[in-house]
Design a protein around this ligand. Structure first.
Ligand SMILES: C[S@@+](CC[C@H](N)C(=O)[O-])C[C@H]1O[C@@H](n2cnc3c(N)ncnc32)[C@H](O)[C@@H]1O
Length: 209
């Protein structure tokens, strides 16, 4: 993704009550942050945050944590949240490669939406559905491992189907054109809106282990 650096974004996002600055300190204790024992679901690579914010509003009895590695991206979500109070939502500015240091078997679902495709073979390990990341996610899940993934990228989707099944997940749902049968509970991401409006097929997989 081409990214324009926003000057001062790193400092600005830290002032948001939604952004948890030292996530490692809360490892194993995220329910304390939310002050309840409700399930916790995370989105890795949340971008501007429509998906995670709308989920938090729609499902107040589930806790949501949105994660993105760039402050210049996360700031779009913190700006949108400026005058809204959503107690079941937190945001982290961090790279998914260190996710295992932040959670300890306390997450119910990992959402991956329109993840960067990394099309070159030599970059396969950077894809968020590759084995190195699936191994890291194992440290997060409370009981069953559960991943939901949406993308417009056919090659990344095929790669992900193979990767998750070879890793031991079973596929609960596979959809090759989400907008043909658009489920009522679908919450679109920013990228999804853009690609769906151009008529591109949106692929979805829902996998559990
Ligand atoms: C193509 S954008 C999709 C954004 C959003 N999910 C959507 O569908 O509109 C991918 C996002 O993932 C983030 N990202 C990529 N690799 C990441 C990683 N290793 N850790 C955390 N975020 C990452 C990028 O900064 C970017 O915001």
């Amino acid at each position: 993704m081409r990214l324009k650096h926003i000057k001062g974004s790193e400092e600005t996002i830290k002032k948001s009550p939604y952004v948890v600055i030292d996530p490692e300190k809360h490892r194993g204790k995220w329910n304390n942050i939310f002050e309840n024992t409700n399930p916790i679901k995370i989105e890795i690579g949340m971008g501007k945050g429509n998906f995670i914010i709308e989920n938090a509003l729609r499902y107040p009895n589930i806790n949501f944590i949105g994660i993105d590695k760039y402050p210049s991206v996360l700031i779009k979500a913190t700006e949108r949240l400026e005058n809204i109070e959503i107690p079941n939502l937190r945001l982290l500015c961090t790279d998914a490669s260190s996710i295992g240091t932040m959670f300890d078997h306390e997450i119910d679902t990992v959402y991956l939406n329109f993840s960067d495709p990394w099309p070159k073979n030599r970059h396969e390990r950077r894809r968020l559905t590759s084995f190195p990341f699936l191994e890291k996610y194992e440290l997060l899940f409370k009981e069953k491992s559960h991943i939901t993934f949406k993308t417009d990228n056919r090659l990344l989707f095929e790669f992900s189907l193979i990767s998750v099944t070879e890793f031991g997940y079973h596929l609960k749902k596979v959809c090759l054109d989400l907008y043909q049968e658009l489920p009522e509970d679908n919450i679109p991401t920013e990228y999804e809106r853009k690609f769906a409006s151009k008529g591109y097929p949106i692929y979805l997989l829902d996998a559990e282990k």
